[in-house]
Design a protein around this ligand. Structure first.
Ligand code: NAP
Length: 300
């Protein structure tokens, strides 16, 4: 549903949608414990002490416990040899009491991110980055889907309802966000166009979108003139912009001041896509736990 009665775009409240999702997940976890005697467990591995990563890992641990799941944290020093990290992942793969594994990226340069992605068991790959899960998504087969894209599409559906036949434009083609968002939108029967750094006339392509998802990593790139009147705009960008004499400002890839005067709805940064990412991680952990125990995943 777009906001046609106001000059300012509807603010898509990702915090509220994420809270509702977590409440539903908490109920499902309670039921799983009562009926099956199983508590879903998520293991998070942090290598090094990057302050932003530490904050994410802390938030993930807190929210995992809040909905009644088990949170297991492995914090390793930045200089941990690659093989030790891989051995830990393999140990977690073998541990029947661990249902989901997430290694917080980026890891130190001497450790191959790709080796980790490919070593995590696809059944426990709650980040949805393993090529098997990416392939399942591309083939329309049920699997674990990357958390941020899942959150984007949940917000779009919450705002617009059925996405069938809509013109959806995704700006960005990373394996983490752009590609899986596009695949999910295709699954929802949208007509999907993907733009990237080599695309020509990107403004014109964006201006044809009923649904515009932007995942680029360039502060305020998408201007008001790029957006169709009444469109739904999902801003995935999280850019820290330095401000003189003040704390860094967190800003999206969309110039919100301009775009909110044209769009029908817009996710704020912060408070839009960000909160959905952790909620979807918990969703995936429950999904993984259900699949590993032959239990039907509840609709949440
Ligand atoms: P990424 O891996 O750096 O990919 C960026 C994509 O943007 C690439 O496909 C690149 O195209 C494209 N691009 C770069 N400059 C462009 C331009 N001028 N015009 C059109 N396309 C351009 O980034 P990412 O991991 O997808 O993340 C994107 C943003 O989302 C970042 O700000 C990140 O912090 C944020 N993010 C937020 C969350 C969340 O929870 N809210 C989660 C993940 C990421 P090429 O492929 O041609 O280089």
């Amino acid at each position: 549903m777009t906001n046609q009665h106001s000059d300012i775009a509807e603010r898509i409240d990702g915090r509220a949608v994420a809270q509702k999702l977590r409440d539903n997940l908490a109920k499902a976890v309670g039921k799983m414990q009562a009926v099956h005697g199983i508590t879903p467990a998520l293991a998070v591995v942090l290598v090094g002490a990057d302050p932003a990563s530490e904050v994410y890992v802390r938030m993930k641990g807190k929210q995992t416990k809040e909905i009644g799941m088990i949170s297991i944290e492995h914090k390793l020093p930045a200089d941990t040899p690659e093989q030790d990290v891989l051995d830990l992942v393999e140990k977690l793969n073998q541990d029947k009491n661990v249902h989901g594994i997430l290694v917080q990226f980026p890891v130190s340069e001497h450790i191959s991110q790709q080796k980790i992605i490919e070593l995590i068991s696809p059944d426990k790959d709650v980040d949805g980055l393993h090529p098997i899960n990416a392939g399942k998504l591309a083939s329309g087969v049920e699997g674990l889907v990357s958390c941020t894209p899942l959150g984007c599409v949940m917000l779009a559906k919450q705002t617009l309802g059925d996405l069938t036949g809509l013109n959806a434009v995704v700006v960005g083609r990373s394996n983490l966000v752009g590609k899986p968002v596009a695949q999910l939108l295709l699954k929802e029967n949208a007509t999907v166009t993907i733009c990237h750094s080599r695309s020509r006339e990107i403004e014109k392509i964006c201006a044809g979108a009923d649904l515009l998802v932007v995942a680029v990593g360039r502060a305020d790139m998408v201007k008001g003139s790029w957006v169709k009147k009444g469109a739904c705009v999902i801003d995935v960008g999280m850019n820290r912009v330095a401000q003189e004499g003040k704390k860094d400002k967190l800003t999206g890839d969309v110039d919100a001041d301009e775009v909110q005067l044209v769009a029908g709805s817009l996710t704020p940064v912060p408070g839009g896509v960000g909160p959905m990412t952790i909620a979807c991680l918990l969703h995936n952990t429950l999904q993984a736990c259900c699949a590993q125990n032959g239990i039907k995943m509840v609709e949440v």
